[in-house]
Design a protein around this ligand. Structure first.
Ligand code: UD1
Length: 420
């Protein structure tokens, strides 16, 4: 049944939000369990539909998962299936992460092409290119990527023409069990990618250069089990930081790691918000009457994250001047703009750049969520809009925000879920 969220705007938020484990680390960490026949124990895994989808895929491939609270143990004694079916992949593009471990461990894989994606082409050509350079035969048949490397993969030097997060993670999973050494140049250095490489090393891999844009991997014969803690979700933390700033509130982001959001917090401070790095989290409050304009552009880490662009745009919609938000990573990530305009925002999209003129207030309206980050941006807009906002197609939000209703209500938000 389809769910919506009804939000009564205009309530200042104050309280503590405990930040959950990072979705974008939990997903590849779960997939890494395919590389060994021993158990991988993950702590602090968020309860999200994307995680449930991934559990479904891994079970289909032969994993025997057990979940207890936020702990997940995954053990894949044998891979019983080398195909990641369309039904899973269409729900979550991160399913492409299964490609490399299947080829590494079984010498073959059949993974459905993700197909059209709401936020841009987000092609998988770089994932495929890595495997081809490492000696796999790849063909596209009936909407599936069919990969085969019966004699295993061979290490080589691979330079990425574009920084890709899951592309780097797939390349790492292809290299750790490959023959010889691999050098990956121009890799993603997002905290999640660094942590992912550390997990692989805990499993017995030999990866050096973690945290830099060049990774060197010495292939090993076998990987073993490991126990690993998922870091807090910086995108979730950034979203609640904006909720605090927007409502002129005060929210303590428990567990948030300041250094993972340096560029974002610097921008937030420029808008007049106070950000204090504390021992066990980050305090964000906004005592100002106005929100100052500050222009941002998205790029790979450590730049401003694309996953916080839509939320930041809501803040700029209410600034006391003009600001631009430039999206450099995805070509179609402005779908929230039309909905924000319906709520009274003044935004003009000019190619990759959204030009925003701040307005006095937003007005509640029924709006439609189109993707994960766009949907949470509409919830943020609803929190400050005059009157009632109804965010439809809420399922997007449950893919990436654990317990969002309770977390917001505990800080004083007035909202409820409705089933239509
Ligand atoms: C990951 C994150 C997502 C985030 C994105 C950018 C996960 C599960 N998801 O997605 O939340 O928004 O990083 O920070 O970690 N590209 C190609 N060819 C490829 C792969 C990517 O052209 O083979 C392009 C994409 O179209 C995009 C850019 O590279 O323009 C970056 O995408 P990428 O970093 O790969 O995003 P994801 O890993 O899918």
């Amino acid at each position: 049944m389809l769910q919506s969220m009804r939000i009564e705007g205009g309530h200042r938020l104050e309280g503590t939000v405990e930040i959950s484990g990072a979705k974008n680390l939990a997903l590849p960490a779960m997939v890494a369990s395919l590389l060994t026949d021993q158990p991988i124990v993950l702590h602090n895994v968020p309860n999200l539909t994307d995680i449930t989808t991934m559990l479904g895929i891994l079970e289909h491939l032969g994993s025997d998962p057990s979940c207890y609270g936020s702990d997940i143990t995954l053990c894949t004694k044998n891979i019983v299936n080398v195909e990641a079916p369309y039904d899973y992949v269409r729900k979550m593009r991160a399913s492409i992460l299964c490609l490399s471990p299947l080829v590494s461990r079984c010498g073959r894989a059949r993974v459905s092409l993700p197909g059209g994606c709401a936020i841009g082409l987000r092609s998988v050509d770089l994932h495929i290119r890595t495997l081809v350079l490492m000696g796999a035969d790849i063909s596209i048949e009936d909407g599936f990527i069919k990969a085969s490397a019966p004699n295993g993969l061979t290490g080589c030097e691979i330079e990425f023409p574009k920084v890709t997060v899951t592309g780097t993670e797939n390349a790492l999973m292809a290299s750790v069990l490959a023959k010889g050494s691999t050098r990956l140049v121009n890799v993603a250095i997002e905290p999640e990618v660094q942590e992912f490489a550390k997990l692989l090393n805990l499993m017995g891999a030999k990866i050096s250069g973690i945290g830099t844009s060049v990774l060197e991997i010495e292939g090993v014969e076998k990987l073993h089990g490991a126990e690993f803690n998922i870091i807090p979700d910086r995108i979730e933390a950034g979203t609640y930081a904006i909720a605090s700033s927007l409502t002129h509130g005060k929210i303590f982001l428990k567990n948030c790691i300041y250094g993972h959001l340096q560029c974002f917090f610097t921008a937030l401070q420029q808008t007049g918000t106070t950000v204090q790095n504390r021992e066990d989290g980050v305090l964000v409050y906004n005592n100002n009457d106005v929100i100052y304009p500050y222009c941002i552009y998205t790029d790979p880490y450590p730049a401003f994250p694309t996953d916080l662009q839509a939320q930041y745009m809501v803040l700029m919609s209410l600034c006391n001047g003009n600001a631009t938000v430039t999206e450099n990573l995805f070509e179609n990530r402005f779908m929230h703009v039309q909905e924000l305009i319906r709520m009274g925002a003044n935004i003009y999209v000019d190619g990759r750049c959204a030009r925003i003129t701040g307005v006095q207030s937003l007005k509640g309206a029924p709006v439609m969520a189109t993707d994960l980050r766009a949907s949470v941006a509409l919830v943020l807009a609803g929190l400050v809009a005059e009157g009632t906002t109804i965010v439809n197609r809420l399922y997007h939000i449950d893919r990436g925000y654990e317990n969002i209703d309770n977390k917001l209500c505990a800080c004083g938000a007035v909202l409820e879920r409705i089933t239509q």
